[in-house]
Write a protein that binds this ligand. Structure first.
Ligand code: GTQ
Length: 345
């Protein structure tokens, strides 16, 4: 590869003349923006322990009333990007949110897409676009771009969930903003019961729903049952994994980030090829090991980790007699839509 000229090789008065005209020479920075063979990610493999963060989140509950927080969240920030950037990867934001009994996190809507993966507690709900979605451990609730949402809590113990947003990307696009609203009128319960059986969808008088987001809540009981059924009926399948999709179209359930659930069978080790998107693993049940070259994370229940793209990953169930279940978020819809998606053998 050619040795390129450095900035210091240029006369200082020439550099100053460039700067005065808002001009920059490409060649000293060319290898930084187009590194050979593979990107140089800022995203560092990082793990967040639930056991370690939980007391700090509960302390936030004592220190900051919901009225002073709007959303009481500790952001899972990747040190490779700088903590203040609040990024897990280039395009993924992760936060652990706490809602205490009786609290309401008021209605708003924003351009970034969000999902919630419920980690702990009972009795809370999110109202999304008029649909009241109960929060039960392991459930996935979507709040796609532009839809009103507020969180409420009728139970008697703290509720915690993991927020996954495409905020870093939408912010980078200078397209991130919020609109505040008033408490929504609940117009119905979550529609997931209408989509409970794969292969059939509601078709009243031969008409399909046609909404962009027909299903907003994916109950863990159903997703877990789907994984168990897949494992039992197709024992040869390489990975017991299901994708969260729009049941009307079969496409990814949101536009930018992709979501799936994975069951690691007792004692199973699964090799994932290097793929361009960065990935997040969140342990729903059981324990797993997530390993890439030079790093290995043990994930206990409710732990979360982030892995940069272009990296092969080995997943291992730490138990030989119980299955382990993980929630995965990645940037694959974004990479596929933009034409930069890659899988390397
Ligand atoms: O619950 O609506 O973690 O707007 C960050 C921004 C959660 C939310 C976050 C948000 C929310």
């Amino acid at each position: 590869m050619l040795e390129l000229g450095r900035l210091e090789d240029l006369p200082i008065d020439y550099r100053e003349a460039l700067t005065a005209q808002n001009l920059v020479p490409l060649w000293p920075s060319l290898r930084a923006v187009l590194p050979p063979g593979k990107p140089g990610p800022r995203t560092r493999p990082t793990r967040w322990s639930y056991e370690a963060l939980r007391p700090l989140l509960m302390q936030a509950g004592e220190l900051t009333p919901i009225e002073k927080a709007e959303r009481r969240v500790l952001v899972l920030a990747n040190p490779g990007h700088g903590l203040e950037k609040m990024q897990a990867s280039s395009s993924i934001y992760l936060g652990m949110q706490l809602l205490l009994p009786g609290e309401i996190a008021p209605a708003h809507r924003h351009t970034p897409n969000a999902v919630r993966m419920i980690v702990e507690g009972e009795g809370a709900y999110t109202t999304v676009d008029g649909e009241k979605c109960p929060m039960v451990r392991g459930d996935l609730i979507l709040t796609p771009t532009g839809l009103w949402h507020e969180h409420g809590h009728d139970g008697d113990a703290p509720v915690v969930w993991l927020d996954v947003l495409d905020l870093p990307l939408v912010y980078y696009m200078e397209a991130s903003y919020v609109t505040e609203g008033t408490l929504q009128t609940v117009t119905g319960e979550a529609a997931e019961r209408a989509y409970q059986r794969g292969g059939v969808v509601p078709s009243p008088v031969f008409t399909r729903a046609g909404q962009r987001y027909p299903m907003l809540r994916y109950p863990w009981a159903d997703v877990r049952a789907a994984l168990e059924a897949l494992a039992a009926s197709q024992p040869q399948i390489e990975a017991v994994q299901v994708a969260y999709v729009n049941p009307e179209t079969g496409a990814d359930c949101q536009n930018i980030l992709g979501f799936s659930a994975l069951m690691l069978r007792p004692g199973e080790t699964l090799q994932l090829p290097a793929r361009s998107p960065a990935m997040v693993f969140h342990q729903i049940e059981g324990g797993a090991e997530v390993a890439i070259e030079g790093h290995s994370f043990a994930l206990a229940e409710a732990d979360t980790c982030c892995i940069p793209g272009y990296t092969p990953v080995t997943l291992k169930n730490r138990s030989t007699d119980k299955p382990a279940f993980a929630f995965i978020a990645d940037e694959s819809p974004l990479h596929k839509k933009l034409g930069v998606y890659e899988v390397r053998a």
